[in-house]
Write a protein that binds this ligand. Structure first.
Ligand code: TTP
Ligand code: MG
Length: 350
C-alpha cells in the first residue's frame, strides 16, 4: 500500500446547488431535508461556509438556522442530482491511483501507490485542480500513511485545503488533539475515556494497552494503535470484487430492525440506480453490519434469477438482517450486489 489520498468535497450538497444556481454563490445557503413549504419541520443537511459563519451546522433544526440568519437562502435536498455529481467526481478520480474506495457520497480514499510525499502531494494537487476545473467544485485533500490519518489531515485542512501529514509528524499532530478527533471515537467513549483521566490522543498513547482493551474491547485496541501512529485499515476497491455497494454510518447506533431495514432500503435504491446506469444485473445480495465494537459481519444471499430491481434486495435484507442482529448495536450498515453481468446477459464484467 502506498500513501493514501483522501478527498472530501467541501459543503457538498450546498456546493452542488451553487453550481446550478450561480446567483446564490457567496450568500449564506442551507440545503434542508424538507420541501420549502415545510422547511421549518426539517433539519439542515449542510450549508455553505458563509452560513457556517453564523453558527449554522449540519443536523441543526432548520428553524434554529432561520433564527440565526432570518433571510438565509433555502433549498430542499435533491440527492439524485448530488449522486450524479458524485459519480462524475468518482469517474474523474478513477484515472489516478491504483485502488479507490468510495467512502460516502462526497468522500473518496485512494491508494496512490506512491511512497514519497513529494509525488503524492503533486498528485493531490492535480486532482484538486482537476475537480475544480472540470466539475467546478471545491474539495479538501489529506495525504498520509493510512486512511484514518489521511482523513484526519483532510478534516484539519478544511475548507479548500490540502495537507500532507508525514509519518514522522504524526506524533505531534495527534498529541494534543481531543480524543473525539480520532475517527470512530464518539461522545460516549469520550466520557468513559475522560473518566479514566484520558483527554487527548497523546493520553491514549501513554495509556496501558491492556487496560484499554479490558475497558473497550476491540475499540480499545483500535484506538491504541492509531494513537501510536499505526494504521491497518485497507482501501477496499469494489472493482476488485465486481460489485456495486453503498454504506452509511448511522446517526445513532441501532438495534431496531425496522429502522435498519429503512436504512437498507435507502441504500439499495442508490445501488439499483448505479446498477441500472451501468446496464448491469445482479444475482447476489450482501448486507454488511459494522458494530459498535468495530467488528464486522457480512451475510449474503444468491437469488434464483438475475435482477436489476430494488425489491429482491429489500426482501433478501429481511432475512439477512436477522443473522446480523446479534445483540450488539450496529453503527454502520452496507448493501452490496455482486455476481454482475451486463443486462444483455452475455459478457461478464472484467
Ligand atoms: P460532509 O462531508 O460531512 O459535509 P459537507 O461536505 O457538507 O461539508 P464539509 O465536508 O466541507 O465539512 O457531508 C457530505 C454531505 O452529506 C453533505 O453535503 C450533506 C450530507 N449530510 C447530511 O445529509 N446530514 C448530515 O448530518 C451530514 C453531516 C451530512
Ligand atoms: Mg464534505
Amino acid at each position: 500500500m502506498g500513501l493514501i489520498v483522501y478527498i472530501d468535497m467541501d459543503y457538498f450538497f450546498a456546493a452542488c446547488e451553487e453550481l446550478r444556481h450561480p446567483e446564490l454563490k457567496g450568500k449564506p445557503l442551507i440545503v434542508g431535508t424538507h420541501q420549502a413549504e415545510l422547511k421549518m419541520r426539517g433539519v439542515v443537511q449542510t450549508c455553505n461556509y458563509e452560513a457556517r459563519a453564523f453558527g449554522i451546522r449540519s443536523a441543526m433544526p432548520t428553524q434554529e438556522a432561520f433564527k440565526l440568519k432570518p433571510d438565509i437562502a433555502y433549498l430542499p435536498s435533491d440527492e439524485t442530482y448530488y449522486e450524479q455529481i458524485s459519480d462524475r467526481v468518482q469517474k474523474l478520480l478513477l484515472q489516478y491511483g491504483i485502488k479507490m474506495e468510495k467512502i460516502s457520497v462526497d468522500e473518496f480514499a485512494i491508494d496512490s501507490g506512491l511512497e514519497d510525499y513529494g509525488s503524492a502531494q503533486l498528485l493531490a494537487e492535480k486532482m484538486k485542480e482537476n475537480i475544480g476545473k472540470s466539475i467546478g467544485l471545491p474539495c479538501t485533500i489529506g495525504v498520509s500513511v493510512g486512511k484514518t490519518f489521511a482523513k484526519m489531515a483532510c478534516d484539519q485542512a478544511k475548507p479548500n485545503g490540502l495537507m500532507v501529514l508525514k509519518e514522522e509528524e504524526l506524533e505531534s499532530f495527534l498529541k494534543d488533539k481531543e480524543v473525539t478527533k480520532l475517527i470512530g471515537i464518539g461522545n460516549k467513549t469520550k466520557v468513559r475515556l475522560n473518566a479514566m483521566g484520558i483527554k487527548t490522543i497523546g493520553d491514549i498513547k501513554k495509556a496501558n494497552a491492556s487496560k484499554l482493551v479490558a475497558e473497550f474491547g476491540a475499540v480499545g485496541a483500535y484506538m491504541y494503535s492509531l494513537a501510536n501512529g499505526r494504521e491497518t485499515e485497507k482501501i477496499e476497491d469494489p472493482a476488485d470484487a465486481l460489485s456495486i455497494g453503498r454504506e452509511r454510518t448511522l446517526e445513532h447506533n441501532s438495534e431496531d430492525r425496522e429502522e435498519l431495514l429503512g436504512e437498507i432500503a435507502k441504500l439499495s435504491k442508490v445501488v439499483v440506480g448505479e446498477l441500472k446506469g451501468k446496464g448491469m444485473v445482479f444475482k447476489t445480495v450482501s448486507i454488511k453490519a459494522k458494530y459498535s465494537d468495530f467488528s464486522e459481519r457480512i451475510k449474503s444471499k444468491t437469488l434464483q434469477h438475475y435482477s436489476d430491481s430494488q425489491e429482491p434486495i429489500d426482501i433478501s435484507a429481511r432475512s439477512l438482517i436477522d443473522l446480523l442482529m446479534i445483540g450488539k448495536p450496529i453503527r454502520k450498515i452496507g448493501v452490496r450486489v455482486s455476481t454482475l453481468i451486463n443486462a444483455a446477459g452475455q459478457k461478464k464484467l472484467t
